[in-house]
Design a protein around this ligand. Structure first.
Ligand SMILES: C[C@@](CO)(OP(=O)(O)O)[C@H](O)COP(=O)(O)OP(=O)(O)OC[C@H]1O[C@@H](n2ccc(N)nc2=O)[C@H](O)[C@@H]1O
Length: 373
């Protein structure tokens, strides 16, 4: 049993990253950054547990990748840290930002070797630039650039965070609360990924895998003798619609399942339960937009999609071009990468009897390639 717990703070919004993808979801080979970092710590030292603080939306997906302990982040870094500390029972706690992605094993072992030599062990780097503070040049030899991971006595950190003030690192909170900190030399590679340019300065980050991820979706809806009909995001001229909780756009539903399937993110009913009033009569184009945004946030890029509608009626020939334009606009890809097919079942089965429509869709994704930014 270890007397040390690791907390990784990964609840940031990546607001300074200015990309659709959240930095904690950038792929390092085949792994999202958060998993790459957590597993690099796990390989180097023995922890009582590894706790990752992240957003609620991310945690649902992160749990598909690993069985670390996940806690919901707070509105600030300190809020996330306090939430994570509730799960800590060990005497010591190591806290780091997920964005410090290249903390070396030697550096980590060196920090841990100082355990107990102060209520907080704090890596720092010196400053080489001239520092002007409040209009006056100050002695840069007295300035420290503080890094994480920082190793704290759990009781000292929990007590320090009872203070009202917000701190940007653990040692400042502990010292403000009358505690002690021990500085040790840090390392340049423990640099925090804040902007896109930072990615290329960190040697441990290998490019994302160039795998193509493929998914398939299938959905069926029965006709209803009333309501409007929507297929592929387009209103179809008819005097009948689909029996459904949402607008019944069975082509978009199958497409959503194909996209989620390629990303390993479950299925449409998990994301938009058909017993949730929020989706009653929902415009399926809006559901698709939510899925596309989530895919981008989680580091996926849509390559192409192919939709096959099996139906005796309505005839779709006149609508295919508009469907491709509508879907390509929502998916953010060229129309020629959105294929729409229609087929009958030669009067066989429920489709052949004109009772409803079945759709099979395929989607291909790749990982967002941050090396090409
Ligand atoms: C689009 C929405 C919007 O509310 O409703 P509809 O407009 O189609 O009714 C739903 O997302 C449409 O979800 P969809 O997945 O097609 O509905 P269903 O086939 O009824 O499945 C609902 C949920 O039950 C789960 N499920 C389904 C069948 C099964 N044998 N076991 C299951 O566990 C599925 O994982 C799914 O998450």
């Amino acid at each position: 049993m270890s007397d040390l717990t690791l907390i990784l703070l990964a609840a940031g919004s990546s607001s300074r990253f200015e990309l659709g993808v959240k930095k904690q979801w950038l792929r390092i080979a085949n792994q999202p950054l958060w998993q790459f970092v957590a597993e690099s710590y796990e390989k180097t030292a023995h922890f009582e547990k590894i706790i990752i603080a992240s957003s609620k939306e991310d945690i649902e997906f992160m749990k598909l990748y690993s069985d670390f302990t996940f806690v919901e982040g707070g509105a600030t870094r300190q809020g996330s840290l306090k939430n994570a500390l509730k799960e800590v029972t060990s005497q010591y706690v190591l806290v780091s930002d997920i964005a410090r992605a290249c903390v070396s094993g030697d550096f980590l072992k060196r920090i841990i070797s100082h355990k107990g030599k102060g209520e907080c062990i704090v890596p720092y780097l010196s400053v080489t630039d001239t520092i002007v503070y409040d209009g006056k040049t100050i002695d840069r030899d007295r300035v420290k650039r503080v890094q994480t991971p920082q190793l704290s006595l759990t009781s000292a950190l929990k007590s320090a965070l009872l203070q009202e003030e917000e701190f940007t690192d653990e040692s400042s909170a502990i010292v403000s609360n009358g505690g002690s900190r021990e500085f040790i030399l840090g390392e340049e590679d423990a640099h925090k990924i804040t902007r896109i340019a930072d990615l290329k300065e960190l040697p441990c980050l290998v490019p994302p895998s160039d795998d193509t991820l493929s998914g398939t979706g299938f959905d069926v809806h029965a006709f209803d003798d009333k309501g409007d009909m929507f297929l592929g995001g387009v209103k179809i001229e008819s005097n009948y619609g689909f029996k459904a909780h949402s607008d019944g756009d069975v082509a978009i539903h199958a497409l959503i399942d194909a996209l989620l399937g390629a990303a390993g993110m479950g299925d449409i009913g998990m994301m938009f339960p058909d017993n949730d009033d929020a989706y009653k009569g929902a415009d399926s184009k809006k559901l698709l937009k939510v899925v596309v945004t989530k895919l981008h946030n989680f580091g996926f890029v849509i390559i192409n999609v192919d939709v096959t509608v099996a139906a005796e009626k309505p005839r779709l020939g006149a609508y295919k071009t508009e469907m491709r334009k509508t879907l390509s606009s929502i998916l953010g890809i060229e129309a020629q990468r959105v294929n729409i097919k229609a087929t009958t079942t030669e009067k066989l089965g429920f489709i052949g009897r004109g009772e409803g429509v079945g759709v099979i869709a395929n989607a291909n994704l790749k990982y967002f390639d941050w090396t090409k930014i």
